[in-house]
Write a protein that binds this ligand. Structure first.
Ligand code: ACO
Length: 416
């Protein structure tokens, strides 16, 4: 079964290679001589904030690289644990290093009684699960006596703790929302398989475990996106790793960022049937609505993550006629968007477009899609925070003041 997943990823990679080449962009891959000249647009578009060896997104060709390895290769051959090691430590681990890393992740995954009681005492399930996750990570920070140590060594250990503990908290959040008993981790399972188990309450099939693993690999890092930058900005004041990740979770929650995967599924459900796609799309364009799951600040080509997730969504959709219908709507919507916006504005599906169908086929509730994204992205957030910490300089851009200057102070009884 997992061989079939491997074959689908290999075919996606071959399609990508045929349509693009992988020449790096010199301006984005050469050493920086600070201060750097760059043209900055609104939303810091085009701004250069740091040098990094962690990851590279070639937006015009549609390539995503972690530490020199392309995301197709990693999703075909790697695991989330190995990819996290790669991101944090900068190289693929030896067998011994991987075994030790997995053992450490397994140890941290089992929450201590104090952590378990504190997280479960939170008023979970009253708001969005991302708010639950944000609060729970904050509580873990309160309980960790090492949290105020901002040395690279201490923050690296906290990074590993967070990679281990986010799936457990996500499981607790997923189950307590519906009054179901939360489950402790099972360190004998892979992180991805255990995540599925702790959310659903059932042992995952081999297929579900591997698909979740691939999803986690694909979402683990993506350049200086809003949540990564947020985490780095917070840590640049030498705050602490927990505060940085709490902030990253807050940023990822938004519908223009990680929250788009939820919005995609709601859109597909709103469309209702493949026959309604053309009329829905025409109306959306007339109303100048953004089509969720399309467009990207960096990609002006097909997002490689969507290339991998598309065939996985097709595979899993065969399980259930309702999901199959959502998949068919998605394919038709993709073709409508690409034939207009793809040509005019280089707008293509992004990572969020097919991930929702994959998770829905695994019977995961829509509101839990973004927390799963956070379970994965914490590897990239922490890796980039640690890298920047080694040559830290506090982030401090300027806002251009366009208000009035030096007006006279008018006492309150003289104001009109
Ligand atoms: N549907 C329709 N039109 C779009 C879309 C879309 N999804 N995305 C961009 N456009 C159009 C804009 O209307 C704009 O048109 P204009 O030049 O006529 O005004 C142009 O393309 C440029 O779009 P901006 O919003 O300025 O691009 P920006 O780089 O600021 O935003 C973003 C990128 C936020 C991802 C945007 O494409 C969007 O809102 N997409 C939908 C939400 C989404 O899927 N987010 C997930 C992104 S991936 C991630 O964060 C994990």
């Amino acid at each position: 079964m997992t061989d079939q997943i491997k074959e689908l990823i290999k075919a996606a990679k071959e399609r990508a290679v045929k349509e693009t080449d992988s020449e790096p962009e010199p301006a984005l891959t050469s050493a920086v001589d600070w201060p750097v000249d760059c043209k900055v647009g609104l939303g810091l578009e085009g701004a250069v904030a740091c040098e990094t060896t962690i990851g590279y997104v070639n937006g015009s060709k549609g390539w995503l690289i972690y530490r020199g390895l392309d995301c197709f290769e990693l999703s075909e051959f790697s695991t989330f644990e190995e990819t996290s090691y790669l991101l944090i430590f900068g190289k693929l681990p030896t067998q011994k290093e991987l075994d030790e890393f997995k053992a450490k992740l397994g140890k941290y995954r089992v929450l201590t009684q104090e952590e378990w009681d504190a997280v479960n005492a939170l008023p979970l399930g009253k708001g969005h699960p991302m708010s639950d996750l944000r609060s729970a990570v904050s509580v873990l920070g309160l309980l960790d006596p090492t949290s105020e140590d901002t040395s690279v060594e201490a923050e690296t250990e906290v990074a590993i703790k967070l990679i281990a503990k986010l799936p457990v908290i996500t499981g607790i959040v997923a189950r307590t929302r519906h009054g179901e008993k939360p489950l402790q981790a099972n360190p004998d399972l892979s992180l991805a398989a255990d995540l599925v188990r702790m959310m659903s309450g059932n042992e995952p099939t081999e297929e579900d475990a591997r698909v979740m693993d691939v999803c986690l690999i694909l979402h683990a890092d993506h350049g200086m996106n809003a949540s990564t930058f947020t985490s780095m900005v917070v840590n640049s004041s030498l705050s602490d790793m927990y505060s940085s990740i709490v902030a990253g979770i807050g940023s990822l929650k938004g519908p223009l960022h990680g929250g788009a995967n939820e919005a995609v599924l709601k859109t597909l459900e709103e469309i209702g049937s493949p026959d309604n796609v053309d009329a829905w799309y025409k109306k959306a364009r007339e109303q100048k609505r953004k089509v969720m799951g399309f467009g990207h600040r960096v990609y002006k080509a097909y997002d490689p993550r969507a290339r991998v997730l598309h065939p996985l969504a097709e595979l899993l959709s065969k399980r259930d006629p309702k999901i199959q219908s959502l998949y068919e709507i998605a394919v038709k919507l993709e073709s409508a968007v690409i034939s207009e916006l793809g040509k005019e504005k280089k707008i293509f599906p992004n990572v969020d477009f097919y991930s929702g169908i994959v998770y829905a086929a695994m019977k995961i509730e829509t509101e839990m899609f973004t927390p799963i994204f956070a379970v994965s992205r914490v590897a990239g957030w922490t890796a980039r925070v640690l890298e920047y910490l080694k040559k830290n300089r506090i982030f401090r851009p300027r806002g251009i003041y366009v208000g009035p200057a030096r007006e006279e102070y008018v006492p309150i009884d003289k104001r009109g």
